[in-house]
Design a protein around this ligand. Sequence first.
Ligand code: PXG
Length: 441
Amino acid sequence: MALDRDVVPNDLSAFWMPFTANRQFKKAPRMLVAAKDMHYTAADGRQILDGTAGLWCCNAGHARPKITEAVQKQVAELDYAPAFQMGHPKAFELANRVRDLAPDGFEHVFFANSGSEAVDTALKIAIAYHRARGEGTRTRLIGRERGYHGVGFGGISVGGIVNNRKFYGTLLAGVDHLPHTHIPENRWTRGQPEHGAHLADELERLVALHGPETIAAVIVEPVAGSTGVLIPPQGYLERLRAITRKHGILLIFDEVITGFGRLGSAFAAGHFNVMPDMIVCAKGITNGVIPMGAVITTAGIHDAFMTGPEHMIELFHGYTYSGSPIASAAGLATLQTYAEEGLFERAAEIAPYWEEGLHSLRDCPNVIDIRNMGLIGAVELEPIAGEPTKRAFSAFLAAFEKGCLIRTTGDIIAMSPPLIIEKGHIDELFGTLRDVLKTVH
Ligand code: PXG
């Protein structure tokens, strides 16, 4: 790709890029320089169809006027306000709006600045909650194989992606994992697969092993995204809820990608009608424009902390930028955009067309599974023998050359477009992918 030297620096060496093959990238950079609605502009001027909503975050599409204006206005009016022992109106207003969007019973919102921070926050609240109620032995955390909960030590400890864990020593103590739910019987399923609810029963085994009085919380992604799109089997989340409730264990849904419309509902909890005790969110809360994460809790959890002397801090936790004015302004304008344009309903309406187009790729070479839910889709490829990830990454590069942005994880292509996507874009995305899959070997 020819780079426009007016906008791209000659020297790319200083920036150590996250989750990127740095040396490979810097030899052949893929630079984005602008974005509007469904498209990025690459440095060579090409329009790139955004099949991934950035990184699952720009649910309303790019450079949406209300959000842009709100951020511009806020930065000029109140750029920053201390987050501890001081307040500013928009953080309270945004918390109220998030509460309104959350299922009934979710009453309080703790702000962080990313999904990783929000995950850490939820895990800490879980342990401290039990302690506040006199059950201080409940300190164990249970995650799931193949889970992704960001990259903090809390998140990688409960997470289950081996490369995100194995380089970082002993991680948090006292963590265990459920098996993942991705089983071969469920290949080619549209929506929730039929088999696998019994995998939730593994929690009973862990409870028997450790004793229920040692376990604080179970954290799962209702739909796992980063690991390659794993849709929960029918009845699985319900069973996890029943077992956690039976043993007094908190259930945390990590909705960093499912929150704010991805499944055609505000949250997966409401979509599946399974109510956890805490919902972790980020990304779509501000349309990805300003970093923000949040934990939404029930009144029961929050109120357990509101007991000591009133002058005392109740939770010794928080970030300099928790509920920052600019993030809050971006969040308010984002939620307004979602509501005014009915984007969650729109996602639900167009999801069947998305599903149809996605599954039409079944006859393409090397495709071994396709799965979807809401505006999420995955195409799994047979790995090249001895060279895992290479085939999918070649497809990613070829798609970018042909003007479409997709994501890959292992040999799985994952797509999660902005909720403003139209049928023509869906045709273009899957048409391009069909061409790409024919050429990539
Ligand atoms: N939980 C979940 C379920 C996530 O998907 C995080 C936590 C961490 O969020 P932060 O804001 O700390 O990155 C995530 C992030 C991908 C991809 O391509 C997914 C994420 C991030 C980057 C890439 O699937 N999810």
